[in-house]
Design a protein around this ligand. Structure first.
Ligand code: ADP
Ligand code: MG
Ligand code: MG
Ligand code: MG
Ligand code: MG
Length: 445
C-alpha cells in the first residue's frame, strides 16, 4: 500500500508532529538531514527544498551545487523517541534531484533505482534481506566509545538480563513502531555483539530500511549511555560485524520466485545457478562496494565465520555464497562477504547487477564446494579452482577500477567520485606508521 499525502497529514495531526527531517545519504551511506516545519509540507512534497551539494561527500562540484530533495512518501515515519503529548518529529528519506527536476546521478538512492528499473525491464524484481551485526560498547564521561563491551553474552545467550539485552529489545520495539517487520533478535557470537533481523522487501525499500536501522540502533544505544558500532572488525581476535545479503529474483508477471525449480536435484533453477556464477565472477570487482573500509579486510580472514575464498555451497557456511535450505518463495542466495559499513544502496545494486549479468551471459556455475574450505591447503584450493577474495582495500579499489561492474552500477560520475574518495583513504592508511609497527620494530632494529 502506497502512502498518500492525505494519510501523512492525518498522522501529523494525530501525533502532533511539528518538525520534519528530510534525510538522504552521501556516497558512503552516511545519513544527512535538513529539518523543516510541518507547515511547509506541501512545498516539501513537491521537491522544493534546496541544499548545497558541494558540501556533501561525492556530490556535485561547487559550480553546480544547487540540488533539491524529493521525499519518498512511503518512507514517512514518526520517530518514537521524540514522541511526547505535545510534540513529535517525523522524517522522510529523499531522492536528490537537479534544478531541472531530473534525478541527480550522484545520489546512491537514484543509483539503486536505476538497477531496479533495469532488472524490471528484464522481467525481474529484486528482493533483499540483509543481516546487520553490531557491537555495543560502553561510553566514557564525554559519550565517546571505549573499548569495553557492554555485556559478556555469547551466541543466542539469554541470561543474565543485562544492559545489552535491554538495549536490543528497545531497538526492536522502536523499529516495530516505525513499521519494520522484525523476524528475530539475538545475541551474536562475540561478547557485546548483536543481530536483529527484519523481513526482506524490494531492494530500494530494504536499502532504506538498512539505513534507518543503523540510525535507530545508534540512537537507542546512546539513550542507554552506550555506543553502537557497525565497524567491520572492532576487536582483534573476535568475530567481526557482517552484513550477509540474502537476495532472490521474482518474475515480474507471475510474482514467482525465479530461483526455485522443484524438478532440479537441489530444487534450484537455471537462473539461480547463473546468478551464483555471476556473483562469483564479479565479487573481486565489487568488493570495494560491499567491503568499503581498510578495516573491512581485517574481518575477511580465516577463523571467524567470514569468507576469504570464492566458492559456493548449498549448506557450507565456510563458502562465500551459501544457499539456505528454504525452498519455494523463500529460495534465495546468501552472500556472506558484505559488511554493514557498506553503503546499502551501492552494495545491493552491485550484487544484483553481478548476479543478473550471470543470468544474461548464461554463465556456467563452478563446482559446489561441500568440504570445509578453511581446512584445505593452498594447493588443494588451487586445484579445485577456488581463488581468494581481495585481501586489502587497495586490491579492491584496483579491481573496481578495472572491472565492468563498477561503471555499470555507479555510472561514470559516481564511480570517479567513489574511486577518488577510496584511493585517498587507502593512501592515508598506507603511509601511516601504526602501533603494530612500533611494537614490532622500534626496539629490535
Ligand atoms: P541466517 O540463517 O543466515 O542467520 P537470518 O534468518 O538471520 O538468516 O536472515 C535471513 C534473511 O533472509 C531475512 O532478512 C529474511 O527476511 C530474508 N529472506 C527470506 N526470504 C527471502 C527471499 N526470498 N529473498 C530475499 N531475502 C529473503
Ligand atoms: Mg548556508
Ligand atoms: Mg542471521
Ligand atoms: Mg549473524
Ligand atoms: Mg546469515
Amino acid at each position: 500500500t502506497l502512502t498518500t499525502l492525505a494519510s501523512i497529514k492525518e498522522t501529523i495531526k494525530q501525533k502532533h508532529v511539528d518538525l520534519l527531517h528530510l534525510q538522504f545519504v552521501d556516497i558512503e551511506g552516511t545519513l544527512k538531514q535538513v529539518t523543516v516545519t510541518t507547515e511547509q509540507l506541501e512545498d516539501v512534497a513537491e521537491g522544493k527544498t534546496m541544499f548545497d551539494g558541494s558540501s556533501i561527500t561525492g556530490f556535485s562540484p561547487i559550480n553546480k551545487s544547487d540540488l533539491y530533495l524529493l521525499p519518498d512518501l512511503n518512507t514517512f515515519a514518526v520517530l518514537p523517541w521524540t514522541e511526547t503529548e505535545d510534540y513529535s518529529e517525523g522524517r522522510f528519506l529523499c531522492s536528490v534531484i537537479n534544478p531541472d527536476g531530473t534525478l541527480f546521478e550522484g545520489d546512491p538512492r537514484n543509483i539503486l533505482k536505476k538497477t531496479v528499473d533495469e532488472a524490471s525491464e528484464k522481467g525481474f524484481s529484486i528482493n533483499v534481506g540483509p543481516e546487520l551485526e553490531f557491537f555495543l560498547f560502553e561510553a566514557d564521561d564525554k559519550g565517546n566509545p571505549t573499548n569495553q563491551v557492554a555485556d559478556v553474552g555469547g551466541y543466542f545467550e539469554p541470561a543474565p538480563y543485562d544492559l545489552g539485552e535491554k538495549v536490543r529489545l528497545e531497538i526492536y520495539r522502536t523499529l516495530k513502531k516505525m513499521g519494520f517487520t522484525i523476524e528475530a533478535s539475538h545475541h551474536e557470537v562475540a561478547v557485546g555483539q548483536h543481530e536483529i533481523n527484519f523481513k526482506y522487501d524490494d531492494a530500494l525499500t530494504t536499502a532504506d530500511n538498512a539505513t534507518t536501522f543503523k540510525w535507530v540502533v545508534k540512537t537507542v544505544a546512546q539513550q542507554f549511555g552506550l555506543r553502537a558500532t557497525f565497524m567491520p572488525k572492532p576487536i582483534f581476535g573476535e568475530n567481526g560485524n557482517g552484513m550477509h545479503v540474502n537476495m532472490s529474483l521474482f518474475q515480474n508477471e507471475e510474482g514467482k520466485n525465479a530461483f526455485y525449480d522443484e524438478t532440479d536435484s537441489r530444487q534450484l533453477s537455471e537462473t539461480a545457478y547463473q546468478f551464483i556464477a555471476g556473483l562469483l565472477k564479479h565479487v573481486p570487482s565489487f568488493a570495494a562496494l560491499t567491503n568499503p573500509l581498510v578495516n573491512s579486510y581485517k574481518r575477511l580472514v580465516p577463523g571467524y565465520e567470514a569468507p576469504c575464498y570464492i566458492a559456493w555451497s548449498a549448506s557450507n557456511r565456510s563458502a562465500l555464497v551459501r544457499i539456505p535450505a528454504t525452498r519455494g518463495a523463500g529460495t534465495r542466495v546468501e552472500i556472506r562477504c558484505p559488511d554493514p559499513s557498506a553503503n546499502p544502496y551501492y552494495a545491493f545494486a552491485a550484487i544484483a547487477q553481478a548476479g543478473i549479468d550471470g543470468v544474461e551471459s548464461n554463465l556456467a556455475v563452478p563446482e559446489e564446494i561441500i568440504d570445509d574450505i578453511f581446512s584445505m591447503t593452498e594447493i588443494e584450493r588451487e586445484e579445485r579452482g577456488i581463488s581468494n577474495l581481495p585481501t586489502t582495500l587497495g586490491e579492491s579499489i584496483q579491481a573496481l577500477e578495472s572491472g565492468e561492474i563498477g561503471k555499470k552500477v555507479l555510472g561514470e560520475f559516481a564511480l570517479q567520485e567513489y574511486l577518488s574518495l577510496k584511493k585517498a583513504e587507502w593512501n592515508s592508511y598506507r603511509i601511516a606508521v601504526t602501533g603494530w609497527e612500533l611494537d614490532r620494530y622500534q626496539a629490535k632494529f
